[in-house]
Design a binder for this molecule. Sequence first.
Ligand SMILES: C[S@@+](CC[C@H](N)C(=O)[O-])C[C@H]1O[C@@H](n2cnc3c(N)ncnc32)[C@H](O)[C@@H]1O
Length: 280
Amino acid sequence: MTSAVSIFAPPSLADIDPQDFLRAVNLLQKRSGIVLGAHKRDMAERVLGMRAKAMDIATVNEYLQYLDRNPGAAEWQAFVNAFTINHTAFFREAHHFDILGRFVAARQRPITVWSAACSTGEEPYSIAIQLRESLTNPDQQVSVHATDIDSHAIEVAHAGIYTLDRVKPVPAELLRQYFQRGTGLRAGMARVKAEVRNMVSYQTVNLVSSDWPSDTKYDAIFCRNVLIYFDKATQARVLEGFSRVLKPGGLLFAGHSENLTYLTDSFRLLGQTVYELTPQ
Ligand SMILES: C[S@@+](CC[C@H](N)C(=O)[O-])C[C@H]1O[C@@H](n2cnc3c(N)ncnc32)[C@H](O)[C@@H]1O
């Protein structure tokens, strides 16, 4: 006898075909480099169900088929956005900003920094503030190019508006100087001031594709806490790319758990997960 409950209950996550999960894992990795672990299955199934519904597609299987058959579809961006992990913070790994400060103070030429997986903007704005604070010559040109694969994160970053809770790691003096507290409808929020926002340009860039910013050579690259989502071959490929766009004497900042030494001969460790190009 069939129970009423089994007829009316929503389909359980376990009912979703494991093949669909595998297909989604493959599609995501091929497009973004992100390797989705088996522990993300429940999350993946929820996300895929929501995306299928948003697209008015009856099943997850058909949704994945649609992506597979339409490599240029706009839906790809929403699919990737749904799987990125945007965890970040202002002045995360504070020692990196001290090192960047000393690096800038010792140079009298224009400085361009690439924040290569900038998430919602906390990292590039921290870099921009550090650059301003470290200039010894106010006429020195400094700028930050901030990119991420996640178009939604880029929108948030571009707005530069954060809750007061999120700006807590910003030292009080810098908070006063470079942020504007919201009033009225914006109470409880703080916005990065225009003088800092204007130093940062934003762009959606996929590190595992060929759509990298062209022509620019960087004095420093921040690529923190993103390589961990890629497999080793992809990590090595991205690092080779960085070695081509970093100026001689430039610095590469990696995340606290990212050891690049075993992945590439192009960079050597200076200390505290900061690398420089290996001299030829
Ligand atoms: C954990 S956040 C790190 C943010 C910041 N770098 C930090 O350390 O605080 C990882 C970011 O990497 C981005 N990401 C993942 N795959 C990417 C890819 N293939 N190309 C560019 N960005 C990617 C995600 O969208 C996410 O915003």
